[in-house]
Design a binder for this molecule. Structure first.
Ligand SMILES: *Cc1c(COP(=O)(O)O)cnc(C)c1O
Length: 439
């Protein structure tokens, strides 16, 4: 079993995270419970930032807050000197509520509304990552209405799609995001932005995928962007101040995953940008990156209580827990794999192979297939590792299951940062019909 960050087995044979016994956490806050190892998040943030610093590169490391957007997490990102990506008015609101400096917020999304852009521009957001021509014209309108201007990056689609070890070169750039780099859309967008009185074109952005284990895709994307930059320099004298290469750095969910280290990703990206900048005889632009999963993914652990068991003779043991696709939709959505242990009996002898079922009314609500475990009983605690990214943020109320609470643990102390949803919360927005029946 692989333990992430500060996770370890304590003297009681319990899983401990951040110096706090997870059995105590389950007793205090109930289950299911998301537990975040704050020291591990800090460590990751620092390795990204320190690699840029060590190599003397102007950079912004922006936390892609869609991975886990809550006020406490945004505050932690601020403490660690990160910038912040938001992709909706709601994530922007969360960031502002957390007191995050607007000038370090970047606004993403392929369909930002007038109201969202207006909110961002009124609050003095640092940069809008523009996705399409419609948005360019909306930004003109908003800037005119507010008599102001705004800094932007143009998101381009370099025709490379990366996922784990595979990267696909897509000549036709078939993606809902961004301006096609090869089909002339990016050239047109650069022209429009350079001509605009309201828009300050800071640079170029691309994001090639998620859970990427190698640097090949990032390096190819860099090369393609610089090929275009050469043309733009010659045609318009435009030299980007910023090249943003997005996020997608992979993490280790199971023993099958072997990501390279944070510093290795960053070092190779820097070397590539340097090389192409030299070729173009320009100063190295600021390099921005946008890690989400790699900052928070393996820092999160979900603690569940074991409930019912169903044996299908000679075939399978189903062990059901008190959550499932309502708090972690990734197995159902992407066949995502996880590792888990019994938090209250970590080192007990492995006695059986079970499949972990969620409690939602969907046969597809299976969290883990074929997990070796000690013989688990009801009320044992199951700890599922690496649930920190796209767990809480994708959680939902299917079957009207309340969303779990979230606690941060660090240096032996636990802090509740999101309350558990109550049944009252579930019906808070419901409005009863005016009944016609006279009793
Ligand atoms: C989702 C996303 C990220 C973060 O991706 P991770 O895989 O969580 O690192 C960064 N940038 C953009 C534009 C994204 O859409």
């Amino acid at each position: 079993m692989y333990f992430h960050g500060t996770s370890r087995i304590n003297e009681q044979n319990h899983l401990e995270i951040g110096g706090v016994d997870t059995v105590d956490l389950a007793n205090t806050y109930g289950t299911p419970l998301y537990v975040y190892d704050v020291a591990l998040i800090r460590e990751r943030a620092r390795s990204f930032r320190e690699t840029f610093k060590r190599l003397n590169i102007n950079a912004q490391v922006a936390y892609a807050s869609k991975a886990f957007s809550t006020i406490a997490m945004v505050q932690l990102a601020d403490e660690e000197g990160l910038s912040l990506d938001v992709v909706s008015g709601g994530e922007l609101f969360t960031a502002l509520q957390a007191g995050f400096p607007p000038e370090r917020i970047h606004f993403h999304g392929n369909n930002k509304s007038y109201e969202e852009l207006d909110m961002a521009i009124k609050y003095g957001i640092g940069c809008i990552v523009v996705d399409n021509f419609y948005e360019l014209s909306l930004i003109e309108e908003v800037c005119n209405a507010n008599n102001t201007n705004v800094q932007i990056l143009l998101r381009v689609t370099p025709g490379i799609e990366a996922h784990t070890h595979d990267y696909i070169l897509t000549g036709q750039e078939d993606s809902k995001f961004g301006f096609g780099l090869i089909n002339g859309q990016a050239d047109k967008a650069v022209e429009i932005a350079l001509e605009s009185q309201n828009i300050v074109l800071l640079g170029i952005h691309c994001h090639i995928g998620s859970q990427i284990f190698e640097t090949t895709g990032f390096l190819l994307a860099t090369e393609r962007i610089f090929t275009k930059m050469k043309e733009w320099k010659e045609r318009h004298g435009f030299i980007p101040t910023v090249v943003n290469l997005g996020g997608g750095f992979g993490i280790r969910y199971t023993a099958d995953d072997n990501p390279i280290t944070v510093s290795k990703y960053v070092e190779e990206i820097i070397a590539e940008v340097k090389k192409h900048s030299d070729d173009l005889s320009i100063d190295i632009p600021e390099i921005w990156i946008e890690p989400g999963r790699s900052l928070v993914g393996d820092a999160g652990t979900t603690i569940y209580s074991v409930g019912s068991r169903k044996e299908v003779p000679n075939i399978r043991q189903y062990l059901a827990i008190d959550g499932g696709m309502s708090d972690n939709i990734r197995p159902a959505l992407y066949q995502a794999k996880y590792e888990a242990v019994l938090a209250n009996r970590v080192n007990d002898e492995i006695e059986e192979t079970v499949s972990i079922a969620g409690k939602c009314c969907e046969s597809g609500d299976m969290l883990i297939w074929d997990l070796p475990l000690p013989k688990a009983n009801s009320n044992d605690l199951l700890a599922v590792f690496c649930t920190g990214a796209y767990g809480y943020s994708m959680s939902n109320n299917y079957n009207r299951i309340p969303r779990p609470a979230v606690v941060f643990v660090e240096n032996g102390e636990a802090q509740l940062v999101v309350k558990r949803e109550s049944y009252e919360d579930l019906v808070r927005l419901d409005i009863p019909i005016k009944t016609q029946v006279i009793k």
